[in-house]
Ligand binder design. Structure first.
Ligand code: AMP
Length: 190
């Protein structure tokens, strides 16, 4: 069973590459950003709480986020048993520790962390482009800068966390969707 964390800064291509992996490997996709945006669209209490953080470029508090993830795993027990792509989670060390516990309780573990590495200038360009195409409320220049700052402070320490556990695999995230997908496929086929 393959549990893959797809890791990287905002705009690094996590969602795009996850879509490829679902199509090619039949893994179950959990994007915590998609889960939150769905709640925002439906106007649930959780969606209204999440919006206050998302539109400020801040992270949703760890305990809330971890509870949401546990619910998604429980609601999709059968689909998740085939293996999961975690996209956008974990984003903090506390979340990584919680994920380790949650998976251990379910008799499984993280197989590999694929780190999409893209330089900052290209990240900003991609985020602004996505904002133009989709109207995502947090894909503005001001919020993108805040999200990158949050990424550097709170999320990038996870690279060392997973390196120490022998799970981190960096992937050059530039050069076209197909080229990146081929690099990831090569890692998974190892
Ligand atoms: P994403 O679609 O993964 O870029 O997530 C969009 C926004 O949702 C982030 O900027 C955060 O505000 C929030 N979010 C998504 N996943 C998490 C997470 N694991 N922890 C905290 N906040 C999250």
């Amino acid at each position: 069973m393959l549990n893959i964390v797809i890791f990287g800064a905002p705009g690094s291509g996590k969602g795009t590459q996850s879509d490829r992996l679902i199509a090619e490997r039949g893994l179950f996709h959990i994007s915590t950003g998609d889960v939150l945006r769905d709640h925002m669209r439906r106007g649930t209490d959780l969606g209204n709480t999440a919006r206050q953080f998302i539109d400020q470029g801040q992270l949703i508090p760890d305990q809330l986020m971890t509870d949401i993830l546990a619910n998604v795993l429980d609601d999709n027990r059968d689909a998740a048993a085939r293996g999961v792509i975690f996209d956008g989670f974990p984003r903090t060390i506390a979340q990584a520790e919680a994920l380790e516990r949650m998976l251990a309780e379910r008799g499984t573990a993280v197989t590999m962390v694929i780190g999409l590495e893209v330089d900052e200038k290209e990240l900003i360009e991609r985020i602004l482009n996505r904002g133009r195409l989709t109207g995502r409320s947090d894909d503005t220049l001001e919020t993108a800068r805040k999200r990158l700052d949050v990424y550097h402070r709170q999320t990038s320490p996870l690279r060392d966390y997973y390196r120490e556990r022998g799970l981190y695999r960096p992937v050059e995230g530039t050069g076209g969707i197909d080229a990146v997908a081929r690099r990831i496929a090569a890692l998974l086929d190892e």
